[in-house]
Each structure stands twice: as C-alpha cells, then as structure tokens.
Write a protein that binds this ligand. Structure first.
Ligand SMILES: [Zn+2]
Length: 284
C-alpha cells in the first residue's frame, strides 16, 4: 500500500482534503478507519474471524491449538457477562458477538478477532478479584470491535490493494492468507497505544452502563502489577497492551470526570465460586 493512494481514496470518498487527514498520526488513523469502514463489510469481517478461528483451532509446531473450556457453568458465566455488555456496545456498532472460553488457567489473556469473536482465557478469571475487573477487560475488547481497530490494522498491515481484493471477492485466497498472517505474527493481539486508550474509554463506558464499578479495568491492571512486579512482560495481555501505569491513571481520571467513582457493583462474590470451579477442573 502506498500512503498517497490510501489518502486519495478516502479524500475522494469523504470530502476531506488529504492534507487535513494525513497531517497527523491521529488523522492517519482516521483515514485507515474510514477505509476499513468503507471497504470491509461486517460479513467479510465475520468470514475472516471464522478463518482465524480455524487457524487457532488447528495450531502449529510453535503454537499449540487452543483448548476450549467444556465446563458449562464457567462458559455460562462468561457468556452472561458478555450478554450484559453487548446491548450497550450494539448501540455504537451492532455486531454478532461470540465468546469462547479457553481452558488455560496459567495464561492471563483475552483478545478479539475480526467479526466480534472474543476469546477469554480461564487464567484471566483466576487473576481477577472482582467481576467488575473481568467486565472491564471484556468491555475493553468490545471497544476494539466497536472502534473497528482490527479493520484499521488490516488496512495498515496488508495494504489497500489486498483489502480491496477481499472486499470485491476477487481473490478468495487472499482472505485465507490474511488470516494465516494475522494468527502467525500475532497481529490481532498487538494494538497501538492510541487503540488501547480508545478501547479503555469503552471499558469505562460499558462497565458503567451495565451497572459495574467503572474502574474495574484499572483494578485489573493494579492486580497484575502488584502480583508480577516489574515483569509484566511475562503476561500476554500486558505485553500486547502497553503502558499499564499510564492507563490506570487515565481510566481513574475518566471515572472521576464522569462522576462514576464508587458507583456500580464489584461482584466479587459471584466470581469467587467460578474461580474455585476452574481451580478444580481436571489438569490439562
Ligand atoms: Zn486492547
């Protein structure tokens, strides 16, 4: 992809001048988002999400296939939390949400792929102390979907030509290639700091809308730092989600500014039995 071609395309479809849009990195992010919105339909995102799921389920020598949690109570608990949040996210961008719980209590992680497919590791539930913390992380992942971060990243990573081919159905193989590349290099996990901050604002928004303590995601970060000190890079979620200290401050500021401090539920008593259940699942 050449940047000038991309800017030209968007400028002609939105009426903005290329100079206005490309002058700043924030402007360039908006260009990518607009291209993603124009070119990548929800159906195509869904198809890509399915393709990525196939890749994740297959695994490779370097990357074992995902193992899903089969405990109905644990799965139902996570699905219930998602169901509390998605009506609010749907007001920003209606999506066909799906959530998969991965049976891996040692990995503290959650991620979302194109097509609103959310993956949550049991290790994330084990690390959290309250339901509000889990909800904060889930709200953050929903925010990535609502703000079209994956589509924007795809335009950035693969170029407008490849994305156009997928959009026009010219080359069905391109979709599979993009899915393999996304899984292979972990592109779906690595977000920019701007994307992270934007997703955090959605975490606050959706947590509050679902009547949870809106600082849950900040509490989750604090827990990670307290538990793992200066080695947060060992934790996948943190290593792909930069600058936790800055983000704690930013989330807490938003909570204060919006008058949300001390409001909403924590729900620690509902998470506790689920954690006990995960701990008692057969060893894997
Ligand atoms: Zn994120």
């Amino acid at each position: 992809m050449t940047r000038s071609l991309l800017v030209f395309f968007v400028a002609t479809t939105t009426g903005c001048t290329a100079a206005q849009l490309a002058n700043t990195s924030a402007g360039y992010r908006e260009v990518e988002k607009t291209v993603a919105t124009v070119l990548i339909s929800d159906a195509q995102e869904a198809a890509l999400g399915q393709q990525i799921r196939k890749e994740l389920d297959t695994g490779t020598a370097d990357r074992p296939a995902l193992k899903y949690c089969t405990d109905a109570q644990v799965n139902g608990y996570v699905e219930g939390l998602i169901a509390k949040l998605t009506p609010h996210a749907d007001k920003d961008r209606p999506s066909k949400w799906a959530v998969y719980v991965i049976d891996d209590p040692k990995t503290v992680n959650a991620f979302v792929t194109p097509g609103a497919q959310i993956y949550v590791y049991t290790g994330l539930l084990m690390m959290s102390e309250t339901e509000a913390e889990v909800v904060g992380v889930l709200g953050h992942e929903l925010g990535h979907v609502v703000a079209r971060h994956s589509g924007r990243q795809m335009v950035n990573a693969f170029g407008i030509n490849a994305i156009s081919e997928v959009a026009l159905g010219k080359d069905p193989g391109t979709l599979a290639q993009i899915a393999a590349a996304i899984v292979g290099n972990g592109a779906m996990l690595a977000h920019s700091r701007s994307d992270e901050n934007e997703a955090d604002t959605f975490a606050v928004k959706y947590s509050a809308a679902a009547n949870y303590d809106a600082s849950g995601i900040a509490g989750f970060f604090e827990k990670l730092i307290a538990t793992h000190g200066n080695t947060p890079r060992l934790l996948t979620w943190i290593s792909t989600h930069p600058a936790p200290a800055d983000r704690i401050a930013s989330v807490n500021q938003q909570v204060m500014d919006q008058g949300l401090a001390g409001r909403g539920e924590l729900g620690a008593e509902r998470l506790a039995p689920i954690k006990q259940r995960i701990a008692a699942l057969p060893a894997r």
